[in-house]
Design a binder for this molecule. Structure first.
Ligand code: FAD
Length: 396
């Protein structure tokens, strides 16, 4: 097989890139290790910045999003038993965020691609990217069998490879030692998340910086709630029966007369919090995007939005090269993305540190946190900056 851009991974980054390239007339093929049902079911992000909504609309993937997405004009920060609303439009020149689950974004993009878009091969595991530093990179894959493991071997020759296969994919493994720098931070706490079959208890997100630890009330739809609790690293979800989770959420999210609605727990998991940036986001003709290039803790909901930012920049660079033969934008791809990536890293780190109880934190640390929280919830420049960062900058 041969194509212009070989895309590894059919997550949000790979699928949106394929869509943008297809519309610009640039050939591409997407290779995805999992089957369609698995990719469409994978529960992850749920908050789209205005810039992400705009790009989905522009590329024809906005119909269901416009019908079913829940527009949020603000969120609440809760601490010391009080609720402080952060209004987004008044502090950002009118920007909002939209609740629309990643599962639905992925379903919409897959439907478009299978309905006349470029080839999308599921059950196709990339095992190696070769000759990325040459003129004609080669992707080796195994197709069919269980997750691609016992299937047929094949190759895809390309002019460029887009590594959109997350932090455990083949793209990162193709980077030779010393070719890039990996900046990394592991946080000393994790999130226990539940998906609950109960209408949300608030129209907007609630983020609590309680002295016992962080809690988040979020939602996936008008009937399904998504809630998180800070827990120690190494926590076994089996140590958290449903009643214990709800009781702790009640304590940490409490404010005035507000009541948390309980319902059947559909899913429960524990995930660590980490930050990673690979610099530069390119090796030869292999360009990295999304989680393959960087990870942020989920506190500020930037992961999916950053992935979209990368592929918008990448698609523009490929289109320019395809039309003019100039590699000028491809050569600036990494620098252009990294400015936005570090900004999101900074904000995600700041929000995480402001709201979580670090192991060993004392009364002084808590006083600092509360001072910080009062600053960003008062009539201050810090409050405007928080809203700006949360709503995100335009992508196009
Ligand atoms: P991915 O979505 O990881 O997609 C990569 C794709 O590549 C996958 O489909 C994978 O199967 C495929 N792949 C991997 N290896 C290979 C291979 N060798 N060959 C072929 N295909 C391969 N972000 C938020 O903003 N808010 C949240 O609440 C949030 N929650 C999260 C919860 C979890 C458990 C995780 C893991 C992430 C969460 N994120 C969240 C982050 C967000 O979901 C990611 O930033 C986003 O999925 C990035 O998209 P991507 O396309 O870069 O990577």
């Amino acid at each position: 097989m041969r194509t212009t851009v070989g895309i590894i991974g059919a997550g949000p980054a790979g699928l949106l890139l394929a869509r943008l390239l297809h519309r610009a007339g640039v050939d591409c093929v997407v290779l995805e290790t999992r089957d369609r049902a698995y990719v469409e079911r994978r529960q992850r992000a749920g908050i789209l910045e205005q810039g992400s909504v705009d790009v989905l609309r522009e590329c024809g993937a906005g119909d269901r999003l416009d019908r079913e997405g829940l527009i949020h004009r603000g969120f609440e920060l809760r601490f010391e038993g009080e609720a402080h609303r952060v209004d987004l439009p008044s502090r950002t020149g009118g920007r909002t965020v939209t609740i629309y689950p990643q599962t639905e974004v992925v379903k919409d993009l897959i439907a478009l691609q299978l309905g006349g878009g470029p080839p999308l091969l599921f059950d196709t595991r990339v095992v190696a990217v070769e000759k990325a530093d040459g003129e004609q990179p080669l992707i080796r894959f195994v197709r069919g069998g269980q997750g691609g493991r016992h299937g047929r071997e094949g190759t895809l020759e390309c002019e460029y490879v887009a590594g959109c296969d997350g932090s455990y994919g083949a793209s990162r493994r193709a980077l030779p030692a010393g070719a890039v720098t990996m900046h990394a931070r592991t946080y000393p706490y994790s999130w226990l998340g539940i998906l609950a079959d109960v209408p949300p208890s608030s129209d907007e997100l609630l983020l609590a910086g309680h002295e016992r630890g962080f809690a988040l009330h979020s939602m996936r739809s008008p009937t399904v709630s998504r809630l998180y609790l800070q827990v120690p690293n190494g926590t076994d979800p089996r140590d958290w029966p449903d009643d214990r989770v709800w009781d702790e959420l009640d304590v940490r999210l409490a404010a005035g007369n507000w009541r948390l609605r309980r319902g059947p727990v559909l899913a429960k998991s524990v995930n660590g919090l980490r930050s990673q940036v690979i610099e530069p986001m390119r090796y030869g003709r292999l360009l990295l995007a999304g989680d393959a290039a960087h990870i942020v803790p989920p506190s500020a909901a930037k992961g999916l939005n950053l992935a979209f930012g990368d592929v918008v920049t990448m698609a523009r660079a490929f289109t320019h090269w395809h039309r003019t033969g100039s590699t000028a934008l491809l050569d600036r791809y990494s620098d252009n993305c990294l400015r936005r990536v570090w900004q999101a890293q900074f904000f995600s780190h700041e929000l995480t540190t402001m709201l979580h109880a670090a192991p060993g934190a004392d009364a002084y640390d808590r006083a600092m946190q509360l001072t910080w929280l009062r600053r960003v919830t008062g009539p201050t420049a810090a409050a405007a900056e928080l809203a700006e960062n949360y709503a995100g900058a335009p992508l196009v």
